[in-house]
Design a protein. Structure first.
Length: 102
């Protein structure tokens, strides 16, 4: 369960970082506001890398759950930030099959 918490936290940081970076690149803010958004995105990217690398297992072991959680996090953040409609349940189903297949 601890591994899942690290992976989910990393994917949330990664998805939010992507959304903040897109806002910083496209929003008509003045330079100080954009610099602040770039700094926030850089911090979130650092947190993403830290949590992903601190997970107590090798990355290859958690790849399936990482990809599924990354996909779900991106869909949620994109919907909440930009109102994009979620899609792609087959990706989550495939990752679940790979993860639970024994």
């Amino acid at each position: 369960m601890k591994i899942l918490a690290y992976v989910v936290a990393a994917t949330i940081f990664g998805a939010v970082c992507d959304a903040v970076m897109r806002v910083a690149l496209r929003a008509p803010y003045a330079l100080p506001g954009r610099i602040g958004l770039f700094a926030l995105a850089s911090f979130l990217l650092t947190m993403y890398a830290m949590f992903l690398n601190l997970a107590p297992l090798e990355f290859a072991t958690v790849t399936g759950i990482y990809l599924a959680s990354l996909f779900v996090a991106f869909q949620i953040v994109n919907f909440l930030s930009f109102r994009y409609v979620p899609w792609g349940t087959f990706i989550v189903a495939g990752a679940a099959i790979i993860y639970f297949w024994n």
